[in-house]
Design a protein around this ligand. Structure first.
Ligand SMILES: N[C@@H](CCC(=O)N[C@@H](CS)C(=O)NCC(=O)O)C(=O)O
Length: 221
């Protein structure tokens, strides 16, 4: 049985979405980010603190002290995008790579998303979540400028392809959609990449995404 450690309000959402799409049985063990406890005035190391990213027991699973982590038959894996590529290969089927070429393209897009898009996109999500003041507006504008080039690269790809890889919905779409989602609150940016916007909305119309999202919305911020 697969165990996923994390929260819905974290990058674990991409793994939960993938697990639901793939129909793999799993258990979700809640592990909260230490900084979220500190924001509420709770010491993450207090004996009665909830299980969190700084709990010694959690650091035995990952010295990086971040969520998510997945455990499957003795395999401990961190890095949410790598976890999804593993899950898809384990389950097989249409979401998984059909051959080494597709696998390479799925890795290419996961790495591009993580290195070129995720950082500034997260800045946008955080700025909107805080309530946009003057400083937040500056962060959003700088991040949007940084994102224009990689999102235009996706736009060019989607002009010639219906999906990220293989002309069908795969784990590469889940990985990229969950990264681009962080930029989604900034409508003026998304309006400049209409194909990316439509592809993202199509990905998010899938029942497995909607199920994950409804539960995430119910989790305290
Ligand atoms: N590259 C990692 C990033 C993991 C990460 O930074 N997770 C955040 C939550 S989304 C975290 O656990 N932060 C914990 C902390 O800073 O205490 C991945 O994709 O899994």
């Amino acid at each position: 049985m697969i165990t996923l450690y994390g929260m819905y309000r974290s990058r674990a959402t991409r793994n939960i979405w993938a697990l639901e799409e793939l129909g793999l049985p799993y258990t979700l063990k809640p592990v909260i980010q230490a900084y979220r406890l500190e924001a509420k005035g709770i010491d993450p190391l207090a004996p009665d603190a909830p299980f969190n990213t700084r709990s010694p027991e959690y650091l035995r699973l990952t010295s990086a002290g971040a969520i998510p982590v997945m455990e499957d038959a003795g395999l401990l894996l961190s890095e949410s995008l790598a976890i999804n590529l593993y899950l898809a290969k384990k389950a097989g089927g249409t979401l998984a790579p059909r051959d080494a070429r597709e696998e390479a393209l799925m890795m290419q897009w996961a790495l591009y998303g993580a290195t070129a898009i995720e950082g500034p996109a997260l800045e946008i999500t955080f700025a909107y979540a805080k309530g946009v003041d003057e400083g937040g507006q500056r962060v959003i504008e700088t991040s949007a400028d940084q994102l224009l080039r990689p999102l235009k690269a996706l736009e060019v790809h989607l002009a010639a392809h219906s999906h990220m890889v293989g002309g069908r919905f795969t784990v590469a779409d889940i990985n990229m959609a969950e990264i681009v989602r962080y930029a989604q609150p900034h409508a003026p940016l998304m309006a400049q990449v209409q194909r990316v916007k439509s592809w993202l909305e199509l990905c998010q119309s899938r029942p497995a995404f909607k199920k994950m999202w409804a539960t995430r919305d119910g989790e305290p911020a």
